[in-house]
Design a protein around this ligand. Structure first.
Ligand code: SF4
Length: 347
């Protein structure tokens, strides 16, 4: 008997699924953590961080009770730190409102901080095996091609198709968990944005774009905005013992593109094409003397191409901030841009 696309894909998934740590024991808490980490972040970047994060906060109660700095430190390198704060806030509400159990209904999940329709769908289908759809970037692309939808973001069409996918599959006795994860896996490994491997695709027989020979047209390309360039002067100030001066901005201080609340090197933005006067950055540190020329490193943050001109300096008076050994600084809750600037300091 001819297989349905859901059957073909689920049996392909059984044979080809990547061994990812969050697939090994998908409890509701572990799915919650992995889904939040994977938002806008590559699987490879998440893999090790996820394992370390769960080691440090093995339960929702442990995460809820942890000092926020520890959570940010464990998140360090993943970017978009707001997600870490939201995840901890969600853990707090799971403990205070739901007795420490991640809720198993959509309404309660959507009421938690940082949880949208996609994350709720992932928790319900993967952890609780409920018939709930997911639409992440991978699923959106696969369904757009299978059904020849040029602009999947315009309208509810893809959510409807994702819903049909999981409902129809469940009618044939397939697990919602596999139905959704197989679709995600297909998008991540076969139906990729560029050069999809249609010849290896278990769904090729039911893919409208493939049959029409028009895969490249779906989904339609959206013109990318050019990244805006920003520059910062960054001070790598050290003391006689070789320690480095770090500071931390208040949570509501948005004077920098770097996330507030993390440890960072003193820095200030260029205005137009001019570096900020040293006095502006020194105002944050106390009196300093610069050494040599700045070294420029580049870093991408969201839609910005950021250039950091890292200036070595020594402190000539009383400094404002906290002194860290280089090793301690690299282990602290710092953003990736700060890590890159510290690497210059290490040189
Ligand atoms: S046949 Fe090609 S375009 Fe269609 S779902 Fe498979 S990989 Fe994607």
């Amino acid at each position: 008997m001819k297989q349905t696309p859901q059957q073909a894909l689920c049996s392909w998934f059984e044979r080809h699924a990547r061994d990812l740590p969050w697939r090994r024991r998908p409890t509701p808490y572990r799915v919650l953590v992995s889904e939040i980490m994977l938002q806008q972040t590559r699987v490879e970047a998440v893999r090790d961080k996820y394992v370390a994060f769960l080691k440090r906060f093995p339960t929702v109660r442990a995460l809820a009770a942890a000092p926020v700095e520890q959570v940010l430190q464990a998140w360090s390198g993943l970017g978009y730190y707001r997600r870490a704060r939201m995840l901890q806030a969600a853990a707090g509400q799971v403990v205070s409102l739901h007795g420490g159990r991640v809720p198993r209904d959509r309404t309660s999940l959507l009421a938690l901080p940082g949880i949208g329709r996609c994350t709720a769908g992932a928790i319900l289908s993967i952890a609780f095996n409920q018939i709930e759809p997911i639409v992440d970037g991978n699923i959106e692309r696969v369904l757009a091609r299978m059904h020849r939808i040029a602009r999947p973001k315009q309208g509810p069409g893809v959510w409807k198709l994702a819903d049909q996918w999981v409902w129809q599959g469940a009618q044939h006795g397939l697990a919602p968990s596999s139905l959704n994860q197989s679709l995600m896996e297909l998008g991540a490994t076969v139906c990729t944005p560029r050069n999809p491997r249609c010849e290896a695709c278990p769904c090729a027989a039911s893919c409208a774009a493939f049959k029409a020979g028009s895969v490249a047209r779906y989904p339609a390309l959206v013109a990318c905005k050019r990244k805006q360039r920003l520059r910062y002067l960054v001070l790598a100030v050290r003391d006689g013992a070789g320690r480095v001066l770090m500071q931390r901005r208040d949570e509501d201080d948005n004077s920098s593109l770097l996330p507030a609340g993390l440890w960072e090197l003193p820095h200030a933005p260029w205005a137009e094409d001019q570096p900020p006067p040293l006095s502006q950055v020194c105002g944050q540190t106390g009196r300093i003397e610069t050494m040599g020329e700045p070294v420029t490193v580049r870093h991408g943050i969201m839609h910005y191409d950021v250039q950091l001109a890292v200036q070595a300096a020594v402190v000539a008076g009383k400094a404002r901030g906290k002194w860290f050994t280089l090793r301690a600084a690299e282990k602290a809750a710092i953003a990736s841009a700060t890590r890159k600037a510290l690497a210059v300091y290490r040189r």
